[in-house]
Design a protein around this ligand. Structure first.
Ligand code: GDP
Length: 192
């Protein structure tokens, strides 16, 4: 069921993360993968727009998902044009959060279903392997493929990523979000 989403705050440094004991789900993806659309599809309201307002796109944006969990929108990655310093900052911010946040219960990786698993995605998986938090992949824009192409894409990502939790969704058609939410809730949120 869609939840009311409420912006809490933005942060870069660990000292600025909100104080919260709620289970926290981090959400990351390449720019243009469909992350904002997916967050909006999870929510009853459209406050997730906050993340794409100028100045907020390079920060960790913390949201409250009703009385259930917090969602942390991480900045999009994969801009070829980004400078070395920006990449370093991004890396440092992501690493600090993923490796130290105590109430982190899982990472959702958002990918366009038509793209392949690359070193950028592998980097995020390395954090998950190193620290031992669980990870699931959300393949967006499933409506762009036929059913058989969609099944093939899911199987391919499962194989290359080594992850078993891979969910095709269409934010356009509002399909697939419930399966992701149910999975997160049952496997991540409930047990924290
Ligand atoms: P972000 O940069 O990852 O936050 O990506 P956005 O959510 O802004 O989406 C990037 C583009 O993909 C936009 O033009 C969206 O309308 C489009 N898009 C996102 N999700 C879907 C989807 O499920 N289906 C289709 N057809 N387009 C989508």
């Amino acid at each position: 069921m869609p939840k009311t989403i409420q912006f809490i705050k933005s942060a870069v440094l660990a000292k600025d993360y909100p104080v919260s004991r709620k289970a926290e789900v981090a959400i990351a993806g390449r720019s243009n993968a469909g992350k904002s659309s997916f967050i909006n599809a999870l929510a009853k309201n459209k406050v997730a727009k906050v993340s794409s307002t100028p100045g907020k796109t390079r920060l960790l944006n913390f949201f409250d998902m009703e009385d259930s969990y917090n969602l942390v929108d991480m900045p999009g990655y994969g801009f070829a044009a980004r400078s070395g310093d920006e990449m370093k900052e991004w890396h440092m911010m992501i690493e600090t959060y993923l490796m130290t946040r105590e109430n982190l219960c899982g990472l959702l990786l958002i990918m366009d279903i038509r793209r392949a698993w690359t070193q950028d995605e592998e980097l995020l998986k390395e954090f998950s392997d190193r620290r031992g938090f669980p990870m699931a992949v959300v393949l967006t824009k499933a409506d762009k493929l036929s059913r058989s192409q969609m099944l093939q894409a899911v199987a391919k990502i499962k194989k290359t990523s080594g992850l078993s939790a891979v969910f095709p969704v269409s934010s356009l058609k509002k399909e697939g979000q419930n399966a992701v939410e149910d999975y997160m809730y049952e496997n991540w949120v409930k047990d924290l």
